[in-house]
Design a protein around this ligand. Sequence first.
Ligand code: HEC
Ligand code: HEC
Length: 316
Amino acid sequence: MRGGPNSETKVATAASVAPDRGGQDGNIPAPDNVNLAQQLPPSARVTFKKEKLVNRMLGLALVLALAPVAQAADVEAGKAKVASLCAACHGANGVSVSDAIPNLAAQRTGYIEAQLKALKEGARKNPIMNAIAAQLSAEDMANVAAYFASQPGAATGAKSAFLPNVAKSRVSFPDGYKDTFTKYHTINFPATKQVRYYYATKAAVAAAKAGQPLPDGSVLFAEVHAAKLDASGKPVTGVDGFYAADKLLFYTAMAREAGWGMDIPAMLRNADWNYAVFTTDKQHRPGVNQAECLACHKPLDNVSYTFTLKQLAEAK
Ligand code: HEC
Ligand code: HEC
């Protein structure tokens, strides 16, 4: 999210509307059957022989363990789905990878299912989760909800690592882009007081103009600049309507080559596109979770996963 050039405005607002509820319900320990014996009244402890008591406890444990199964959710299937997909952001155990992503460990099944349904239908808006929930069946939702609910709550401040196969970007800095790419577009970002300049490889421009999918080897690349501000802190706008650039902040890129999508789970995969954010000294920006880029661009499969395909086709 931090790395998300676009997410700063869009996702940050959405996240602030939905506080980290997983945290509130955190720290609920998983039922510990051993402790149940101590919770029985003393009278019960003396009336039963030790062996009988143990049997009773086992029976109770069995009932507790079987309770979710009675609701037809498959916790193991939920666990597998989480491990390959949700873990990229919420962690394999429901302890999320960043402050902007809610923990789901120990969250209630009914709550998780209701949120997923609202995100799928669009009643709750978040570009990343809308794209993911849209691909989940009712059964998937029940299964992942049962799994997350079965996990112990997150310890304060705990975070999970990114999923390496999803976070890893193969995009390298396109040296010499100023000479070899076409500058095809500019956008003002009032909320962040930024202006972005968009560049693309010549073959990508040609394909867009021909109405063809963008081919392997395509690179779309943006310079993100802080706008020059006037005395009152408002961006200075040039005669062309665009903010005057003050300082380069970072670069953002998407590129594709054969096989680059191979290690990415189908529900996140953008064909063979990979994404990256580069610092001003042309290094991969640390802390970027490619899963977020992939999720947000995912619904654009019929336009080469590209928001600005129209502008690309109109490039001069
Ligand atoms: C690319 C990152 C990403 C992935 C992958 C992802 N999520 Fe999310 N999820 C988010 C973000 C960001 C939010 C916060 C949305 C908001 O602010 O409204 C969220 C919110 C949620 C919520 C609402 C939580 C609440 O407290 O209200 C649920 C439920 C959820 N995700 C379930 C899932 C499940 C299940 C999967 C896997 C099938 C999944 N997510 C995969 C990023 C992700
Ligand atoms: C919340 C949704 C969202 C997320 C997350 C997101 N993008 Fe985008 N992306 C957009 C939108 C909307 C545009 C259109 C113009 C813009 O905002 O720059 C875009 C445009 C782009 C472009 C210009 C080409 C195009 O598609 O039009 C690049 C390159 C890009 N994003 C890279 C990234 C990278 C890298 C990440 C992850 C670090 C990322 N994006 C995450 C929504 C998103």
